[in-house]
Design a protein around this ligand. Structure first.
Ligand SMILES: C[S@@+](CC[C@H](N)C(=O)[O-])C[C@H]1O[C@@H](n2cnc3c(N)ncnc32)[C@H](O)[C@@H]1O
Length: 241
């Protein structure tokens, strides 16, 4: 595909990820992981000889990045977003001349029988979309041979008790597909309950100091209207079998 053809093809799709497809063409995604998620992920620079599973891959930015870092095999999986928007992923794969494999499967259906197990598993931006987060993490554990990298929204960050906020409606970002916002202690607790033996929180968007200040402020009733602004965060947790 030459550059003009590629431009025309890119314009035909709605994009979630900003992906550099080469030849000076970049997808106009509303989410640019190059500046947002990737720098705080702790994704190993060298993935050579590793097999990588990207759960909830959508347009595939992280799958292609894992391949770029030398992974010997990458499997991208998704369900909802691919019901109507998989052609964008497929176009990016073609443009990048990528060998990333794909499989349409819901998180709740993941099992070693269906997809095998992978050295590195990416589970990014998916946990809070699930109605049964602990059960989902058990499924994720079952396909992780070694190392899980999980990124998620967190909520109720002002309490150190493991807790999750339930979103029966569209409370989180006006999006009805969001169900639970766990706090960091709940994420770590669920990972352990699912079977992982070691966990490490590698990044949060806000400094812990901000949360300490937030907790102090929250003791005052007059600041209650500001709770939602203080209690959300996004964290990255690594976990090992
Ligand atoms: C916020 S996007 C995250 C995309 C990408 N992982 C990232 O971090 O940029 C959530 C993705 O999870 C997928 N997803 C949500 N629920 C799912 C489920 N039950 N099974 C499989 N994929 C799911 C959506 O289709 C979507 O692609």
């Amino acid at each position: 595909m030459d550059r003009d053809q590629l431009r025309l093809e890119v314009e035909k799709h709605e994009w979630f990820h900003t992906i550099d497809l080469g030849q000076g063409v970049t997808t106009p995604g509303r989410n640019d992981p190059r500046n947002q998620t990737l720098p705080r992920l702790g994704l190993p620079e060298d993935l050579s000889n590793k097999t990588v599973l990207d759960i909830g891959a959508w347009d595939g930015f992280f799958s292609f990045e894992a391949e770029r870092r030398g992974a010997r095999r990458v499997l991208a999986t998704d369900s909802h977003a691919w019901w109507s928007r998989k052609p964008a992923f497929e176009l990016a794969r073609r443009a990048l001349d990528s060998r990333v494999e794909d499989f349409d499967i819901d998180v709740m259906e993941l099992s070693p029988d269906k997809i095998g197990t992978f050295d590195v598993v990416l589970f990014l931006g998916v946990l809070y979309h699930l109605r049964h987060p602990l059960l989902a993490l058990e499924k994720v554990f079952s396909v992780t041979a070694d190392h899980l990298i999980l990124e998620t929204v967190t909520d109720l960050t002002w309490t150190s008790y493991p807790a999750m906020r339930f979103y029966p409606g569209n409370e989180l970002a006006g999006d009805e597909s969001n169900w639970f916002g766990p706090n960091p202690a709940a994420v770590v607790g669920m990972l352990k309950a699912a079977g992982f033996t070691r966990t490490k929180i590698v990044s949060s968007r806000y400094r812990p100091l901000l949360h300490r200040i937030g907790r102090a402020i929250l003791r005052r009733d007059m600041y209650k209207p500001f709770w939602p602004a203080i209690q959300n965060d996004r964290i990255v947790v690594h976990a090992w079998r």
